[in-house]
Design a protein around this ligand. Structure first.
Ligand code: DPM
Length: 335
């Protein structure tokens, strides 16, 4: 079946070389397009003979703009339509922000590449009239826009003089809502997204772990493929960044063990120290760890990363994390 598909999509060029069209699925937002184009450019550079085509689609997360993400209650908010297209062979790979991918993928799919992480931290973008201030020096009762429970939970505790309100929409919409109205004194966004859009100049403060830890997988791009499509899996595997993969396996294992999703306030901070990544080749063994297939990265190192995430989750569970998350979910459902 795979062979048939390849022959349907391939032809010989003037020099007799076989060309194949590889279709890449993406969401329609400008950020998604920029992220997908960057992965496409890397693939083209590594495989000059391939022909890439980009197919843009809308997802539920793009269509429902008036509800906080955590309230929509659909797990694969930004990914379902793209996975359907993968399943129907309409596209061969899909580029996502890793933090939007559930820690358990539907069967038949895998993350074939996790690219080098951008700055994973959250950033403060101020309303122009507050330029020069920080979260600490903003006036009492200033309203901060974010619909991330994770951000609001941490920042409320740290900056009790501020108020937090939901803001939805893609990055362009949010910046417009901030600048053109007086509803928000500042909004909180991932530094990585702002940087990719070329809006670094709007970042007035990067939040360190003492203020606000980031979301699992934040700042890393992931390439999702059909788990059985060995050709595509092999092609994208060279895009893996070893340090990023190991950090993200640990983070995703942690979140999965806590049974968290995008509706619970779970945040992380990871670092790689004295990296001891050993490169081994597993040719016909395909282990998936929290949805990731990285057969050229030491399986032992991946196991250790996964174990680390699970151990930390267990430590928190023993200190009452389950009860806290249950209450957080109930409060969120009642919002
Ligand atoms: C997820 C969350 C948000 C996105 C929840 C969270 C932010 C929602 C909001 C799971 N996905 O972070 O606690 O602010 O209302 C998203 C962004 C990026 C990927 C935008 C952002 C770009 C950065 C990246 C939305 N998904 O967080 O500012 O590649 O990590």
């Amino acid at each position: 079946k795979l062979f048939k598909l390849i022959s349907l999509l391939s032809w010989q060029d003037g020099s007799g070389k076989v060309c194949r069209v590889i279709r890449i699925g993406t969401r329609k937002s400008q950020l998604a397009r920029i992220q997908t184009d960057s992965v496409a450019a890397k693939l083209k550079e590594l495989n000059p003979d391939i022909n890439l085509e980009i197919v843009a689609m809308s997802t539920i997360g793009d269509k429902i703009l008036d509800t906080a993400l955590s309230k929509i209650g659909e797990k694969s908010l930004f990914t379902k339509e793209l996975e359907n297209a993968l399943e129907r062979n309409e596209v061969d790979l899909v580029v996502h922000s890793l933090k939007d991918l559930p820690t358990t993928l539907p069967s038949g799919f895998t993350i074939g590449a996790v690219l080098k992480r951008e700055n994973p931290h959250d950033a403060v973008v101020l309303h122009p009239k507050h330029i020069g201030k920080t979260l600490e020096t903003l006036p009492d009762n200033s309203v901060i826009g974010t619909s991330s429970l994770r951000r609001a939970a941490q920042l409320k505790k740290r900056f009790s003089h501020l108020e937090f309100k939901d803001i939805r929409g893609n990055l362009n919409t949010r910046l417009k809502k901030l600048d053109e109205k007086a509803d928000f004194a500042a909004i909180i966004l991932a530094a990585a997204g702002l940087r990719r859009m070329g809006w670094d100049n709007r970042i007035s403060q990067i939040l360190g772990p003492e203020d606000c830890m980031y979301a699992v997988g934040q700042g890393a791009l992931a390439v999702e493929v059909r788990a059985r499509d060995a050709d595509i899996l092999e092609m994208v595997s060279v895009l893996h960044d070893p340090d990023t993969v190991l950090r993200c396996i640990a983070e995703r294992a942690f979140l999965r063990h806590l049974e968290g999703g995008c509706s619970v306030p779970v945040a992380v901070h990871t670092e790689v120290k004295d990296s001891q990544v050993v490169f081994l080749y597993f040719v016909d063994e395909q282990f998936q760890r929290v949805g990731v297939t990285a057969s050229k990265i030491s399986g032992e190192a991946q196991d250790r990363a996964e174990r680390l995430g699970i151990d930390l989750a267990n430590l928190l569970l023993s200190k009452g994390a389950k009860e806290i998350l249950t209450v957080a979910r109930q409060l969120n459902d009642a919002r």
